[in-house]
Design a protein around this ligand. Structure first.
Ligand code: HEM
Length: 398
């Protein structure tokens, strides 16, 4: 059974090695602790910075439980057979067949967005491209009304601000706002009896738990799944777009390589850019038993954070973490996690990112712009807050 008791205060006194990410770029903060595999953070939680240690925690779900919240979190807050049962329900929504069917829809979303962007004028790659594309792609995928777009964009801003503030009351309020949006959509779909989109299919999905016969998903389970598919991931896609476009603007030769590459190589380069600067910073666990990890002793009940951003730059695995090596690094890349909770949405995230980059590269060269000052995010968010770029149409160059 998962250990769900509140964690006792950590007894380890903060040392010179204590990680303090407050108001700092998490990548920079952890970069200063290279060589440290596991450390306490400023609030006393254990932070797993080393690559192999991160893999160990993520793969050992018996010792490191994902039941870190009192709220229902399907599937991310579940463990063991219950978790596996929900993954059997969720994973098929991201099958290769479904992604192939979705691709033309995403291509048209990307093409329309790129066509509407100003040329030779400064653009913020995070807010004006990443966030807008994320919301449009997700609403089209889920079959949600396009009229929701402004509300979802406003929600992303509020969610971002609440996450950065670290205030529980604010994060609870934005979570409640999001649940209200989902409830509205789900109620409308239920009344419509509309069965021709992903949300309606989810409503009609069944699950079998604890050897019981198949039963329909409950309303709280559907809402929780949709919250995981959208709430967290809209922001992740927007941040990933920021990192990828920043790096392509800064490296014209890499951009050229992307332009002429085939689809699998493009996807592999995107994976590497995200490994080098992973904006999806961390996930939580709670230790269910005493464990020695990376030279530290973790007691049962203590909170543990897998720091993907740091683990993806561990020099013991990626000799020079800044080098883009699509071949040798791919098998160690932790951007989408590893183990039983590995990201089920990876095929969708990859398709969205590739399709967007392809639409941009087909139409323009991406150049840095200083008119919008580029700035880094601060913990608990990674990547860039703003990325100034200029789009130079390819046709006008000839
Ligand atoms: C843009 C990039 C994305 C990144 C970097 C990312 C990263 C991750 C990571 C690292 C995990 C592992 C969490 C853990 O071990 O606790 C995860 C889990 C998850 N992701 Fe993603 N993700 C992305 C996009 C998506 C998308 C588009 C969806 C769905 C539409 C999605 C749905 C989920 C869900 C449901 C889980 C929980 C899985 C479980 O607990 O079994 N993700 N993601």
């Amino acid at each position: 059974m998962p250990h769900t008791a509140p964690s006792p205060a950590i007894t380890t006194a903060p040392t010179a090695d204590t990680l303090d990410e407050r108001n700092r770029d998490p990548r920079q903060a952890t970069e200063e602790m290279r060589g440290t595999a596991v450390s306490a953070d400023a609030s006393g939680d254990w932070v797993v910075l080393g690559h192999d240690e991160a893999v160990q925690v993520a793969c050992d779900a018996d010792s490191f439980s994902s039941a870190v919240s009192a709220h229902l979190q399907v599937p991310n807050g579940l463990n063991g057979e219950r978790h596996a049962a929900f993954r059997r329900v969720i994973d098929p929504f991201f099958s290769a067949r479904r992604m192939a069917a979705l691709e033309p829809v995403l291509r048209s979303v990307a093409r329309d967005l790129v066509a509407a962007l100003p040329h030779l004028a400064p653009v913020d790659a995070v807010a004006e491209i990443g966030s807008v594309f994320a919301v449009r792609a997700q609403t089209r995928w889920l079959g949600w009304p396009t009229a929701l777009e402004p509300r979802l964009l406003a929600w992303m801003d509020a969610n971002h601000a609440a996450t950065r503030s670290g205030e529980r009351s604010r994060t609870a309020a934005v979570a409640a706002d999001f649940d209200a949006i989902i409830e509205e959509v789900v109620t409308a779909k239920t009344l419509d009896g509309d069965r021709n989109d992903v949300t309606s299919e989810l409503l009609a999905t069944t699950v079998s738990l604890d050897g019981e016969p198949e039963r329909p998903l409950t309303r709280p389970e559907v809402v929780s799944i949709l919250r995981n598919w959208t709430g967290g991931d809209l922001g992740s896609i927007a941040l990933c777009v920021g990192v990828v476009l920043h790096d392509l603007a800064a490296a014209p030769r890499l951009q050229e390589r992307m332009r002429v590459a085939r689809r699998p190589e493009r996807a592999a380069i995107i994976d590497e850019l995200l490994r080098r600067d992973d904006p999806f910073v961390s996930n939580r666990r709670v230790a269910t038993c005493p464990v020695d990890l990376g030279g530290q002793h973790i007691e049962a009940g203590q909170r543990v954070r897998i720091h993907w951003t740091a683990a993806n730059r561990d020099e013991r695995v990626f000799f020079d973490p800044d080098l883009i090596r699509t071949g040798s690094h791919a098998g160690h890349n932790l951007v989408y996690g590893v183990g039983p909770h590995v990201c089920p949405g990876r095929p969708l995230a990859t398709l969205e990112l590739v399709v967007l980059v392809e639409a941009l590269l087909a139409a323009c060269r991406i150049e840095p712009s200083t008119d919008i000052p580029t700035s880094r995010e601060v913990s608990p968010v990674g990547g860039y807050a703003r990325v100034g770029i200029t789009l130079r149409p390819i046709r006008e160059e000839k």
